[in-house]
Design a protein. Structure first.
Length: 53
């Protein structure tokens, strides 16, 4: 939450660095439990794998 939490709780040095490195970033103001994004991965298997005994 140090970088993405409520703007008023981000330490001044961190906020300054975020603004310098990511001037267009809007990823602040989040609370614990908020989602910023998600990733889904799907793997297709072309053949059945039979374990050897």
């Amino acid at each position: 939450m140090t970088c993405h939490g409520p703007q008023e709780r981000i330490p001044p040095g961190v906020l300054e660095e975020l603004r310098a490195r990511y001037p267009e970033d809007q990823a602040v103001g989040y609370s614990v439990g908020d989602f910023r994004g998600a990733v889904s991965v799907t793997v297709t298997v072309d053949r059945q794998v039979v374990p050897q005994r």
